[in-house]
Design a protein around this ligand. Sequence first.
Ligand code: FAD
Length: 353
Amino acid sequence: MANLEKETIVVIGAGILGASSALTLLETLPRNKYHILLVSEYFSTDGPNPSYASTLAGAHYRPIPATTPQLKKEARLAHSTYKRFKKLAAEHPEYGVKFMEGIDFVSGEAAPAYKALLPEYVDLDGFRVLEANEKPEGVEFGARYEAYTVDPEVYMVHLLRRFRLTGGEVRRMRLKSVEEAFEINGNKGVKMVVNCSGVGINDPKSFIIRGQTCLVSNPCDKTITQQHADGTWSFVIPRPLNGGTIVGGTKQPNDWNPEPSLAVRNQLLKNAAKMYPAILNKKGKFDVIRDIVGRRPAREGGMRLELQTLPSERKVVHAYGAAGRGVELSWGIAEEVLKMVNAALGLESRSKL
Ligand SMILES: Cc1cc2nc3c(=O)[nH]c(=O)nc-3n(C[C@H](O)[C@H](O)[C@H](O)COP(=O)(O)OP(=O)(O)OC[C@H]3O[C@@H](n4cnc5c(N)ncnc54)[C@H](O)[C@@H]3O)c2cc1C
């Protein structure tokens, strides 16, 4: 059946949440009935843009002790995503996802939550608490587990390609409101809308968290994260397929500065060298490729994942505000989006995940 005869579902936003959700809808809903249209201002094929977080992420998987209802929910989404990425890494390494050792070092206020060894934190392949001689001096808690890392520049291009090859349509457009998405098909109309716009559109609860990292060519075979007692972070995230290693990183709420700071870069590299000296080259240095600045799309109270009915029975699924976890929650979120779309359309759940 030609697209003209199908009902259109618009997905707003071609970041990792929009692309994963659009692909899931396309691969799961009856093909002869629904056409999926991905509408976005930016795409993964554009150059780096601080407001398009997805290609600027580290990106790695790092479990967090589920001490709040929000974190418990995220742990479930992360678990689904972990399983999906495990399969993808085995079957399609060209997507830029790779499993490897993950290490946590934690000090300060955060340490007791880690030491509590909550099930959502320890229930991971290969989990083990580190002995004192396996941690840098002064670190209160350490653990290792099987993590994965993603080269988001590679991964996002594959995701979009697969969406288009499966029959999805993309359109570049900046929307002024979610309501506008219902109008973009002219008289033919739009059946429903999925809002994966990162920071939402006109949502007063949304804000950004700036992140500065540095891409270096020094290879590394594990991803390590250190949460320092003063609240700052150090991490190294190898990018698969020889994509270099990300050294990070800052978390600066409401800082819109698009320019990297050289002083911050030097501090990040210094901290990472102290945390994991084996990453340095023969001359004891990092080989810098470039600095990266991105805006994590966050929301007060945690991400918005819900079905809303607008006047005139117009249904919208919202899935945005994933802050620093959009990659590691992406397939879990896509699965939730599918459930809500099925409910709104009165279809039975036919999850493929
Ligand atoms: C430095 C850094 C490191 C990170 N590391 C990790 C990590 O290790 N692990 C992890 O899981 N996550 C990490 N993240 C977070 C991750 O990048 C985000 O959570 C994720 O990319 C959010 O995806 P998204 O699809 O919601 O938003 P985005 O990728 O920002 O995409 C939003 C999309 O919506 C579109 N859009 C917005 N408004 C409109 C509009 N009005 N009209 C049309 N289109 C619109 C945009 O054009 C864009 O395509 C990191 C982020 C940064 C910056």
